[in-house]
Design a protein around this ligand. Structure first.
Ligand code: UD1
Length: 357
């Protein structure tokens, strides 16, 4: 069985690592890793490969940044000859980034089987580029690997037949579990005892000057209670400069490597974020998470986990921070199948379905 994995952006890397690892010892499996080059900064890409033990990509398409149409089209144009030539039995795509949807489109049109890891998540908010990517990818995929029951229900509602859906659990938790012991040993020198850990990068939050200013003002309020540590995504840092904002009381730092970020996550008093993956990681770790969005494609982190959607209501954010500080944060449990074995379950499905291919 010949498998091609296509990844491109930071949140893809922790998802591909366990699948690569699980397929490695299986008999008659050849794996090829293609990096689209959507994320190209070393601290957004290379360092994740190193820490997660991902072998260097066989091929980097070097697409870089651009508008959505340009980035998606560049990936498609550069990937098509690769798929045509190598004729894999299956191509695996991850998450909801532009690299995911571009690859699914190329493969579906070439008649190559597509497996989507982290299928079925929906925010029901089509202003998010990721929601468009999720909807299209899931319509095109042949094997849909879901992390939780809500994913299966969303897919069924959209007409995906049951035999294509495989609830394998949360593959990102596989990576988290693998590197947690290392993260817990990391010295946290230079970081305070009590702190809020912040990440923000959604276009809806950072691309509009008024919205970004008001979020930063809320964070400045939080900074009167505890230190605010803010590893800033390149998009966010660029906008802060462009809009002439100067959140001096916040501790803006460069994006962190995976293990270093996990270490800060484990020790955080509260996490304030608009990321998808971090809502899941905090739920697993039992760390309070306040999500600066009106919706989430990961509702299980709210219904079962420690996540609270605070939207853009600064009063709500303040109240939730107070709850945490008074020792009364939202408590949660770990969802089913978030057990570190999702990669193995994906490998099992692939081997069963494509045996002899
Ligand atoms: C992408 C994903 C998003 C994911 C996020 C994680 C899409 C539509 N969005 O958003 O779902 O949560 O990655 O990081 O695919 N840039 C750099 N260096 C890099 C990468 C990006 O400087 O290595 C800058 C560029 O100026 C670029 C901007 O960040 O224009 C946005 O990058 P892009 O990959 O288009 O989207 P993200 O915002 O990173």
């Amino acid at each position: 069985m010949r498998v091609i994995h296509v990844v491109g952006a930071r949140p893809n890397f922790m998802k591909v690592a366990p699948v690569l690892e699980a397929l490695r010892p299986r008999e008659n499996v050849t794996q090829t890793l293609v990096h689209t080059g959507q994320h190209y900064d070393s601290n957004m890409s290379d360092v994740f490969f190193q820490q997660l033990g991902i072998p260097p990509a066989h091929l980097n398409l070097g697409v870089g940044s651009g508008t959505h149409a340009k980035q998606t089209a560049d990936i498609m144009t550069r990937l098509e000859p690769v798929i045509t030539e190598s004729k894999p039995d299956v191509v695996l795509v991850y998450g909801d980034v532009n690299s995911t949807v571009a690859t699914a489109l190329v493969c579906a049109k070439l008649g190559v089987l597509v497996g989507h890891v982290e299928a079925g998540l929906r925010s029901f908010d089509r202003t998010m580029p990721e929601e468009i990517n999720r909807l299209v990818t899931d319509q095109l995929a042949d094997l849909l690997f879901t992390p939780s029951e809500d994913g299966d229900a969303n897919l069924r509602r959209e007409g995906v037949t049951a035999e294509k859906i495989f609830r394998v659990g949360n593959v990102m938790i596989d990576s988290l579990l693998r590197l947690l012991p290392l993260a817990r040993q990391q010295p946290r020198t230079g970081f305070p005892e009590r702190y809020a850990l912040v990440t923000l990068h959604r276009p809806g939050n950072v691309d509009d000057a008024g919205t970004l200013r008001s979020i930063l003002e809320s964070l400045l309020e939080v900074s009167q209670e505890m230190a605010v540590i803010f590893p800033a995504h390149p998009r966010t840092r660029k906008r802060i400069t462009e809009f002439g904002l100067n959140p001096a009381q916040l501790r803006l730092i460069e994006p962190l490597p995976y293990v270093d970020f996990l270490a800060l996550l484990c020790g955080a008093t509260v996490v304030i974020t608009d990321s998808g993956g971090i809502q899941e990681e905090t739920t697993y770790l039992g760390v309070p998470c306040l999500t600066v969005r009106e919706n989430t494609e990961r509702p299980i982190t709210v219904s079962q986990g420690t996540n609270v959607l605070v939207g853009h209501d600064s009063g709500r954010l303040r109240d939730e921070v107070s709850k945490v500080l008074s020792g009364n944060p939202k408590k949660g449990t770990i969802p089913a199948l978030w057990d570190g074995k999702a990669g193995e379950r994906i490998a099992d499905v692939l081997v069963t379905h494509l045996q002899g291919a």
